[in-house]
Design a protein. Sequence first.
Length: 74
Amino acid sequence: MPVKSPRINVVLEKPLFHTIKLLAERDGVSLSLKVRDLVKEALEIEEDIALSQFAEMRERTFRKSKSLKHSEVW
């Protein structure tokens, strides 16, 4: 029977596995769902970091003399 969602096999150290198991039990979800949610959260954090770095670079290179005035945009 084909699986709808792709799967990943992961090998974890015992302390990490135990921590995830405790979190899953606390939240009343399966290990699989807890790991999925933790991966999603980690990816969101990575995205925030990348966007923050992009914004900082834009801020450093911003020149008011080259910016458009409100009336020029609208």
